[in-house]
Design a protein around this ligand. Sequence first.
Ligand SMILES: Nc1ncnc2c1ncn2[C@@H]1O[C@H](COP(=O)(O)OP(=O)(O)OP(=O)(O)O)[C@@H](O)[C@H]1O
Ligand SMILES: [Mg+2]
Length: 362
Amino acid sequence: MLKLDHIRKTFGSYNAVDDLSLEIKQGEIFALLGPSGCGKSTTLRQIAGLDQPDSGDILLKDKPLFSSSKNIFVPAQKRNMGMVFQSYAIWPHLTVFETVAYPLRLRRWANADIDAAVRAIIKQVGLEGMEDRASPTLSGGQQQRVALARALVYKPDVLLLDEPFSNLDVKLREQMRVELKILQRRVGVSVVLVTHDQSEALSLADRLAVMNAGKIEQIGRPIELYDEPATPFVRDFIGQTTKFATHITNVASNGDASIEIGDRKFPLVGTASSFIRRQAGENVVACIRPERIAVASAAQGHGGNELEGIVETMLFLGDRYECLVQIGGQAILAYVPSSEKLSEGQRVPLAFPKEALTLWPN
Ligand SMILES: Nc1ncnc2c1ncn2[C@@H]1O[C@H](COP(=O)(O)OP(=O)(O)OP(=O)(O)O)[C@@H](O)[C@H]1O
Ligand SMILES: [Mg+2]
């Protein structure tokens, strides 16, 4: 429903958004995820119409909002998009009711319609009974709900969220995530969410784009980006990865490649094998997610991919330990269920299931 086609935005000689194309589907939560300065907010501002790209096209339901070639620019107030930013931008002198009603008064709705629409959305965001409160007397989470209600009250085609919860404490942020997802499913609005917080993007988004230096590295469902990162940047940005710089010692006729870690040789199948021509002698980086490393009692029966390590440190996280385990001169991160009885300094069996090991170009 919303399409960005070869969008470019420069500040001086700096490419803040560099030939970016993506499509957002009706009713989905789409996240733009990336490190600080990668161009997320700039992209969102082009969608909102707060800023003009240098070139490219932006289409909403096949109608151009921006086109450099056709010289079209639809200003922000005509785009029917709701926006919530990190700073709530709640006006201190207005009540909750009047804050939410404001966009409707701008649009010159009839009073009875305003009353009905405002009360309905205030109820949906869970602020019933607070209509007459002055906004500064609300908590941070409540203020953010007011901002959401104000952005949704006129039934926008798209809701644009730029780091909407980053001012809230951790507990409240997690609660607001759940509430946003429930609300979005109920209202059915399409959402573009900008965040640098991977757990926010992974938990909320139906699909997401990982951005780096003004470009998109990969677009997909959260599980796809996590399990099948297309680039080293995505692999390292999302989740934890243990990496071994190594080389291929042997390639079997079935395509399995062997590598050496420490003084052992591991038979491997690299799921990222398309990245490299696998040949004996080639330098590669072997990667595995910490939760895929089988530790202690889980480490049996992995067809030769077992070895022994020494537990260096253990961090207790309630449901599991995050362990650093020494093998062959390298400390690797592994997760161990807290039901396993391990202690620091202990020798422990480990296994690297071969389907969980991926090979990347060095
Ligand atoms: N108006 C501007 N003038 C000059 N440079 C700008 C302007 N707006 C953004 N930039 C630059 O463009 C780059 C992208 O900025 P942007 O705000 O889009 O990053 P971001 O991904 O949202 O980062 P953050 O997570 O820190 O909010 C940055 O290097 C920034 O300094
Ligand atoms: Mg930003």
